[in-house]
Design a protein around this ligand. Structure first.
Ligand code: DON
Length: 577
């Protein structure tokens, strides 16, 4: 009997390890490995710029700006162009967040995050013994959250756009019809996922064909879907022929999304998280993303320390950032979730008084252990492959948008009729308290599944003002590492005097409370530094097991020109004029 139990345990541990390894490989394929040999120069232009994960999308965004559109028109076009030319993360059946700042200095945040279906339930991913069936929240129709992207772009267009929607969507329809260029990274990813597409869909599709670098992919089904959306507007997706086709398709795959879910979906305008770091004013995403609050906490934790004098990626800088990240992610897992469902003590979480106490037990002599540290106590509080693009137009409007299907190609479900992949955003919920999701993030009641609730995100589209004027727009994919990648990029420019391209390219590291390890980009940090940190009690890993963001951003230079940073880790491209 003892032998059988040991054998079963060994099988369980082995299968968990295999699962983690698979997830890690998948995550890396979203972003691809570090291309060390590439040293990019910042692109500098006079008037307007789009930086996105794919050249075709950046070019379409710029075309809209050149034709008299504003940053919001370009947002709609770039978002849809990414759905065509960067299907690993660009989407029309996913969701995202946008932060904006107009030339008049008005700021705002749009939440077009997916929602749990009406028929979702707290334990939908648990078996009869209460154990988490990890695959169920990640692959196939049950993993799909009610999509928000089309509601998002129409909300942006209605409130802030200037050109007719047909004019904005026309170049995207042309891109889907004429085809997009397949880069080496894309060809590799599609080849890698082919078996998974076949298994999930049980049928051949556009993305189960054999492809090689340089091929052109024409997606006529998506071109037709986009034509209908262009003609019939938002309702086409949530009430019309496309909506009905979505529901039929998902239900045929045992999904639970209904017309009622699509009809009920609304994108929400929210107040962004606004805070200061030294003389910067930072505007970032509010819940249901954890991005803004965590970024604010981390920057405020480190503000009293002279990190410029410690130096970029020095052990002291790594220690202070790690300890700040540890504490912020501990709060994230306890306090944060969908603000429409839970009370979040937002002001308290980023107040100086609360934050000061949280770092009291930090010392440069020894790592704090995550086991010894929990979320902070707030008196009176009762408990309980993503892609980013940045746009600045000639008028001075600026936006930061992060949008996702969650994993690479989301749930892997692909509708041949409609021409797109569906998200697997349901995995961002905490399916069981303490059970890690795809990004190793743990959570509790605040982020538990409830019908119609939005799952907690780490997406951190961010704008920064300096001396009262717009200074920078940035963001990144990378799951849990999004927040720390945005953080390090801002610090690279502001504290360590890098230009925008150097700042996005610089090697990064990440800590998220649990697991209690600092993850470093491989072969990018001196062995001496890693050894020193180990002596201080930090666990470090430096292998390919984690993605560390793919940051895209734009900064305004003192002479008024725009400087783009398009991460060397991907096919990202800055285009401007
Ligand atoms: O919302 C979130 O935090 C995740 N769904 C983001 C996923 C992501 O960044 C994947 N890309 N690498």
């Amino acid at each position: 009997m003892k032998k059988i139990i040991i054998l079963l345990l060994a099988i369980l541990i082995f299968s968990c390890k295999q699962e983690n390894k698979k997830v890690a490989v998948e995550q890396n394929l979203i972003l691809a490995s570090v291309k060390k040999e590439i040293v990019k120069e910042s692109v500098i232009v006079d008037s307007a710029m789009v930086v996105s994960a794919k050249e075709e999308a950046s070019k379409i965004g710029i075309q809209i700006l050149k034709n008299g559109g504003n940053a919001f028109d370009a947002m709609v076009a770039t978002e849809l162009a990414l759905a065509v030319s960067f299907p690993v993360a660009g989407n029309i059946a996913g969701g995202g967040f946008m932060i904006y700042r107009t030339i008049e200095g008005e700021i705002g945040a749009l939440d077009y995050r997916e929602k749990a279906p009406i028929h979702a339930s707290r334990n939908m991913y648990l078996d009869e013994d209460g154990d988490f069936i990890s695959n169920k929240s990640k692959v196939g129709a049950l993993a799909v959250g009610v999509p928000g992207t089309i509601a998002g772009i129409f909300a942006v267009h209605k409130k802030l756009g200037s050109l007719p929607i047909e004019q904005i969507i026309a170049p995207v329809i042309a891109l889907a019809t004429n085809g997009y260029f397949l880069t080496e990274q894309q060809a590799k990813r599609i080849t890698y996922f082919k078996a998974s597409f076949l298994k999930t869909n049980n049928s051949e599709s556009l993305y189960t064909k054999e492809y090689k670098t340089g091929d052109t992919i024409k997606n006529i089904a998506l071109a037709n879907t986009l034509k209908r959306i262009s003609e019939n507007g938002r309702a086409e997706f949530y009430q019309g022929e496309t909506g009905k086709a979505i529901v039929d398709f998902l239900q045929s795959k045992n999904g639970i999304i209904s017309m009622e879910d699509l009809n009920a979906y609304e994108a929400e305008w929210r107040a962004p998280i606004v805070f200061s770091y030294k003389d910067l004013r930072i505007i970032s995403m509010s819940p249901p993303s954890s991005g803004g609050i965590c970024l604010a906490q981390i920057l405020k934790f480190i503000e009293p320390y002279p990190i410029k004098s410690y130096g970029h990626n020095s052990t002291k800088t790594i220690q202070i950032l790690t300890e700040a990240e540890r504490r912020a992610y501990a709060d994230r897992s306890f306090y944060l979730g969908d603000p429409d469902f839970i009370d979040i003590p937002m002001d308290e979480l980023i107040s100086d008084e609360y934050l000061k106490g949280r770092m009291d037990n930090f010392s440069f002599d020894k790592a704090t252990s995550s086991d010894s540290l929990s979320y902070g106590i707030i008196p009176g509080y009762e408990s309980d492959e993503t892609t980013h693009y940045s746009i600045v137009d000639k008028f001075g409007n600026a936006i930061a948008v992060t949008t996702t299907l969650n994993a690479a190609f989301g749930s892997k479900l692909y509708s041949n009729k409609l021409g797109f992949f569906f998200n697997n955003e349901m995995d961002d919920f905490s399916s069981k308290p303490g059970e890690p999701n795809m990004y190793g993030l743990i959570g509790g009641k605040a982020n538990a599944i409830d019908p119609q609730k939005r799952m907690l995100s780490s997406m951190t589209p961010t704008l920064v003002e300096k001396d009262g004027a717009f200074w920078m727009t940035l963001g990144t994919p990378g799951g849990a590492t999004i927040i720390t990648s945005v953080l390090q990029t801002i610090l690279n420019v502001y504290e360590f005097d890098m230009d925008m391209q150097q700042a996005v390219d610089a090697p990064r590291f990440h800590h998220q409370w649990f697991p209690d390890i600092i993850r470093f980009e491989p072969n990018s940090f001196p062995k001496d530094s890693l050894n020193y940190l180990k002596i201080k009690g930090y666990q470090v890993i430096e292998n390919n097991s984690i993605i560390l963001g793919k940051v895209d951003g734009i900064r305004i230079l003192p002479n008024g020109k725009l400087e783009g940073g398009a991460d060397r880790r991907g096919d990202d491209t800055a285009v401007g004029y």
